[in-house]
Design a protein around this ligand. Structure first.
Ligand code: HEM
Ligand code: FES
Length: 375
């Protein structure tokens, strides 16, 4: 949780994550170096290092891209998501070392400016394709550096979560550029099909996992689209009857779901006015907040209520269900929604309250007993 930009506190899980990350990268580099020297005894140290750091960065990028869809397919992978930024910054560092080694080895010896030299032509000639592959690597590196530089919560807070998220979606552009960089580089330099097959397997894994995650979420998305359409129809019919007023009336509320559909201390996510809303049931009450966590847009509705607070499943930011505000001294706030419970159904006002606004939770028991009295 952020207080003056000191984000999620350092903890044991984070230390284990970093230890495994550093150990894994170190082991990969050593193994790659040893194998290169055994299989290609005439390889120079510069080229061996250049390739080892490049391969480590490229493999780590695949791991990073697979973590998101893996978590969608199976929640057991969620702990991998928590500190994915550490893996991203490590990957950028490895790519930077590779690029620096390439520039020093191939581009710094002549009269031409090293950066200009990257665009002038590839040192790997006698090629199949002759495509200048190095500019792809250069542009990918620029994106990776931009992402690593803005990865701290300081930038998240200052750029706003949606802008930050859009910026970080550029990782897919960087990945596309790198697939081209490696494919054309390998096509020009290697005769063995092993490299091309490895790149194809990596690409298929990333695409396959994204498609699997999309398929898994498709039924939920259809349901959300359905509730959005129901809301639209409701608004249109009220508009045509001239019933819409600025203050929320009983009719403004949308029938969202049955109280019984929400597990205790958990939420059901619905779509209202194009925005995902998380409706939580806790201690005989129902509260609704925006589904979007202020930290990195994590899905609050997939979290649960711990110690009386909605707890984001990604990095554990917490929000009070009634106010959508993080408990002091933290400062994050999400919009709340007014809710009612009637005849076992949860009704939600689709108009969000400003972030941090208190919205009276709907009491399940008393509402139910009132409903019973009127029968
Ligand atoms: C200024 C930017 C870059 C330049 C000039 C550049 C240049 C090169 C060159 C010349 C090679 C062939 C090396 C050789 O085998 O002799 C290469 C290979 C490669 N590059 Fe880059 N690169 C850049 C950025 C990147 C980035 C950001 C990545 C990110 C992962 C990357 C990943 C790779 C990979 C995986 C290979 C194949 C390595 C291997 O043969 O095992 N490159 N690059
Ligand atoms: S705590 Fe990081 S996205 Fe919610």
């Amino acid at each position: 949780m952020a207080l003056e930009y000191s984000a999620v506190q350092w903890n044991r899980q984070k230390r284990i994550y970093d230890f495994v990350l550093a150990g894994g990268v170190g082991a990969f580099l050593v193994l790659f170096g040893v194998l290169s020297k055994v299989l290609f005894p005439f390889i120079t140290d510069e080229i061996m290092l250049m390739r080892a750091f490049a391969a480590a960065a490229f493999v780590l990028l695949h791991v990073i891209l697979c973590i998101g869809p893996l978590c969608r397919v199976n929640r057991k992978f969620l702990p991998l998501l928590y500190n994915r930024r550490h893996a991203g910054v490590t990957m950028c560092l490895l790519a930077l070392i590779h690029s620096a080694l390439v520039i020093v080895t191939y581009h710094a010896g002549g009269d031409t400016n090293p950066i200009v030299s990257i665009f002038k032509g590839s040192p790997l000639t006698g090629s199949i394709a002759r495509v200048p592959f190095q500019p792809f690597g250069f542009f990918a590196l620029v994106i990776l550096l931009l992402m690593a530089a803005t990865s701290h919560d300081f930038w998240l807070a200052n750029l706003s979560a949606p802008v930050w998220k859009s910026l970080h979606m550029l990782v897919y552009v960087a990945y596309g550029l790198l697939v081209l960089h490696v494919t054309f580089g390998v096509l020009q330099a290697e005769v063995s099909p092993v490299y091309a097959v490895a790149v194809a397997v990596g690409l298929a894994t990333v695409l396959g996992l994204h498609i699997a995650a999309a398929c898994k979420e498709a039924p939920a998305d259809r349901e959300l689209a359905g509730s959005s359409r129901r809301e639209e129809a409701h608004t249109k019919s009220r508009n045509s009857q001239g019933l819409v007023t600025s203050a929320a009336t009983e009719e403004d509320f949308i029938d969202a779901c049955a109280v019984a559909d929400i597990p205790e201390k958990r939420a059901r996510i619905i779509c209202l006015s194009g925005e995902r809303v998380a409706i939580f049931k806790h201690d005989g009450k129902v509260s609704a907040v925006s589904n979007v966590c202020q930290h990195q847009n994590g899905p609050l509705g997939e979290g649960k209520i711990l110690d009386g607070c909605i707890t984001c499943p990604w990095h554990g930011y917490q929000y009070v269900p009634e106010t959508g505000a993080s408990p002091p001294p933290f400062v994050e706030k999400v919009p709340t929604f007014n809710v009612r419970v009637k005849n076992g159904r949860v009704l939600v006002d689709p108009k969000p309250n400003p972030p941090g606004t208190h919205a009276e939770p709907a009491l399940i028991a008393s509402a139910e007993s009132k409903a019973l009295q009127t029968v």
